[in-house]
Design a protein around this ligand. Sequence first.
Ligand SMILES: [Zn+2]
Length: 1007
Amino acid sequence: MPDRIARPPANKENRIRGVMDGTHAGIFTERSVMTSFAIGSTYHGFVLERKEFLPEIHSTVFLFTHAVLGCQALAIKNQDENKTFCVSFMTVPEDSTGVAHILEHSVLMGSEKYPVRDVFGEINKGGLMTFLNAMTGSDTTWYPFATRNLKEYFNIMDVYCDVVFNPLLLRSTFEQEGWHYHLENEEDQLQYMGVVFNEMKGAYSDPIRSLFHHIYRGLMPQSTYAHESGGDPRRIPDLSFEQFVEFHRGHYHPSNCTLFFYGDAPLDEELAYVQQNFLARYTAPAAKARIEPGLDLREPLCIEDTYPVQPGSPTAQKTFLAISSTVGTVHDRKLNAAFQIIANILFNSDGSPLKKAIINAYLCKDFGGLFLSNASFKTLMITYLVGTDPEKRDHFLALYKATLSRMVEERLDKDLVLSELNRYEFSVREEMNKAQRGLDLIGKALPAMKHGLTPFEALQIDALLAEIRKDATENGYFEQLIRTYLLDNPATVTVTLAPDAEKMAQNLQEEQQRLDAFGQSLDTDGRRRLVERTQELIALQSAANTVDDLRRLPRLTLADLDAHPPFHAVQPALLGHTELLINDLETNGICYLDLGFDCSALPLELLPYLDLFATILTEIGTEQKDYMQFAKAINLCTGDFSHSVQVYVRQGEPQTVRPILWVHAKVLSAYLEQAIDLISEVLASVDFSDEHHIEEIIHREFAWAEHAAQSDGYSLALTRAFSHLSRAGQYNEQIHGIQAYLHLKGLAGNYLEHEATLHAALRQIRDLLLRRQGLIVTITAEDREISRFQELGASLVNALPDLPVVPARPSFPTVPATQAFTTSAEVVYNVQACTLFPDASRYNGSFEVLRTWLSRDYLWNTVRQMGGAYGCFIQFNHLTGNFGMISYRDPQVRKTFEAYEALAKVIGSLSLSDESLQQLIVGAYGTATPHQGPATRGATARNDYLAGITPAFRQQRIEEIIRTSVDDLRGFAPLFAQLSAKPIRATIGGREKIDQDRTLFEHVTEL
Ligand SMILES: [Zn+2]
């Protein structure tokens, strides 16, 4: 066992070691249940203030205050094996240099006890963690993780506490994670470089982020929330190393922290651990950070700004418009829950008369809203228009006010109110099914605690909801709130964010001017020193941690792995003559239903319409109900009614594909019958006659698709690259890829010309798809609901005509193997792919170990740490043998592709210590045995069944993972020669970057 206790109290060490032995976990759980914690008593330095069993969350909740330091610890204890720990600090920024965010990255780059560069990356290489992250919000930084393994729980707790309380904070870390002047050769152009700097450049490509920032600054002037806590790329270079270190000193004292423990670990041990190893050495409290409340906005404010779009691209209908008001504070719990529901009634339900009025007035492509109940001390309502024009603002504001006033005067539609009350209650009920429940509950308690409330109320909602339901249905409660807080509220800000084709060049020019000014201040000597420093940083980044340093990190070994983990599989059955896949799982009274329609009959020209068809199918209504009536009906009886498309390949038959359109419904058991009736009605009589609403849907879908392509283009690049490798990939390209995107762009851009074709396509797809033969149904629910569904579900099947599916076998067009697509983003997404296993039988579990090394070691070091990308990940499908690498928010093009293509060589000479190999094996094992909520477990089992993957296959893979050797890993090296043999590349992102490495691509297209 590694030495994990820095300063062990004499009589404590053995006990803690004992606890960490996973085999004793059960005994200790028992003992912790027997420990009777008494209010007012002190446990390892912590005084118990309050303790209560909360039936709603099936947990006993303990609130402690540290006797010396004054910090609080919240423990939410229950039988959940997915233990979750979190340490959080109030980090209150006073400018937009992103200091809190840079610090969050930097503490994870090594501490006194763990002087390991990139602690986070090292832990992440191997382990059974189900969650591991760190996040910076507008006033808080938190470090949470979760694991099912007790030994690992204390291991990572030790590392997380050491890095936050005792970080090294080297200057080189600040330069790498924050920012530095980068000059590799004297004749090069000077650049800014840094992980957070690049991350925020990527984040700033998203106009919605800018919209939010203006709202915060407008509504809460001179407050903590007026600053950009993540860091404005223009301000990040203002931050000095000294200010950065000082921010840690002022904010990371334990008096300014809150600790969270969730799950089935023994509470007594948890408290003892943090006290003895970390808190005991502090003898006096320090000041807590204070959130600056700022000023109240006394009269409405209008803000106008612009965001960059591609030079020369049209700017009509590309403006974002938002109106936002402050409502109350985090303290007003009933008001806040009520406004969550009101936001859905007014802005998000298709049954909303306000939404209808705005859309019908041709003011925008989409309209929606949200209520922020705990992102800042004040709570905010935000309504936004997507795809509008600046000059439409006043018309919008007048119509918004007039329609809201009328709705309040005439009282809200009862069905609409009921349907949204139901949907909200559903979402509360479903929280129990989340895989990361601990994180979810911590996320509820933390905002309450940081603003001085007890967490107990924040963790309960049932009684409050009953009160709200009564007041809303009987006493006009929602109408009063709308009048007070939305109509008569002077604290309102309107933001207009218009597209600007020059802005990108301007931003770059401004940045260049700052760089030039610095460059000119350097003499020859200064320039040479900068090159040296840059080279030093590069060397530091590429230097591996020493084996001795790595040994200090506590880790699991192969002995900690269960060689026979449980795998869940579906039970195939029949619903009439239709295939029914059953997942009998604990779901807290919710039924998850999936209806799968075989899309093999669709010819090539209909595939780009498939996703639109499904979107329209799930919201357009029926011959009996228009779309507004349908929205109310579906929200009354389901928690969600949605769709997805998946293309299945069966094991051993990589070129045989089965594209399936899934229609998903989540239903509380009390509404099962009603939901089945309504879905049957959709299948039998979906109605496409509302041409006007279909046109609105197309414009809305394109506005969001365009936004996604700009701010998060990697999935389009990935789909394009994989389309070269298999029939499944070709299907995906037509259904969700660039092909589908360009098709939608053409449709939205010249709607009238294409309208008739669209309508014909919708009807053709309906006739080819909605058939009884080829239908497959899945249910994930508890026993009783499954039996009920087996009786009731026949009506779903009978709603469909009994016709066969005749495969169309489309022949797909070919496209250039190396392509780039330009957008307005400043960063790029680089994808390279190949068929690694032309013979799928050469695949085995050892490849999963290699894959873990690839993504968490090789790509993490080269593309993220050295290249400056925000992330880099792998897509691999063992059924087709197809493999791809994706860089995320990447400032490089050529360098990243060079890193990809070096793989055959790097893997061929791979050498790993025993510890490193074991760590990778543990990591691969963790990935192969994921922690999932019931809905995801059901979906995974369904997908396995359709792909022909059996529990025996999964078990065999586990065994192969566990017995992997370094030779096994090196044996895969020759396969990677495929990557450069005939390269397949797809890049999406900023034109500037792509143009610099233009020769890598046969084709460059503007998206
Ligand atoms: Zn970050």
